[in-house]
Design a protein around this ligand. Structure first.
Ligand SMILES: [Zn+2]
Ligand SMILES: [Zn+2]
Length: 167
């Protein structure tokens, strides 16, 4: 069998078609991989589209070009790190509580500033624990907390209302 007859034969067509199909599948897979990878690293849908376009328009080399320019980190890693930094900052600021009036160091459990006697926190009417302004209920004794609005009549039926009326 000569080379010319091999090329024109049906076997060679099948082989060439097989290779073409294989290349087509790899090309599609690389495009899909680029799309998946870009979505994990890039927020802008336009840039994700551009990455996939580069991967598909330049067969087999496009994905490598994308790899050269893609962001080094996954978006979820970036978000996780940002959250960690935020939590760390909150921990630092919580450890450094200060009186708003005299800036003396105070504990989170203080009701008044021991230096300048400024009222720092409301005490629970039931158990006397220091309360955070946003709390709806005392976490130590489950007593409901009414918002400290000056002059507002206490709500009836609550433990605090009964206490104040008894006094
Ligand atoms: Zn103070
Ligand atoms: Zn309480």
């Amino acid at each position: 069998m000569t080379l010319a007859s091999f090329i024109s034969s049906g076997t060679s067509h099948a082989v060439i078609n097989g290779f073409a199909f294989f290349a087509f599948v790899v090309w599609l897979c690389l495009g899909y991989w680029t799309y998946k990878d870009a979505r994990r690293r890039i927020e802008d849908p336009l840039l994700i589209g551009l990455s996939v376009l580069v991967a598909l328009v330049i067969p087999f080399i496009g994905p490598f070009i994308y790899m050269l320019f893609r962001p080094p980190e996954y978006l979820e890693d970036v978000r996780e790190r940002e959250l960690e930094i935020k939590a760390m900052e909150e921990r630092i600021s919580a450890a450094d509580l200060r009186c708003p009036v005299c800036h003396a160091e105070v504990d989170s459990g203080y009701l008044v500033c021991p230096v300048c006697t400024t009222k720092l926190k409301q005490a629970c009417a039931s158990c006397g624990s220091p309360l955070e302004p946003i709390w709806q209920v005392c976490p130590f004794c489950e007593a409901p907390i009414e918002p400290a609005v000056p002059g507002a009549p206490p709500a009836l039926g609550t433990r605090r209302a009964r206490r104040t009326s008894r006094r």
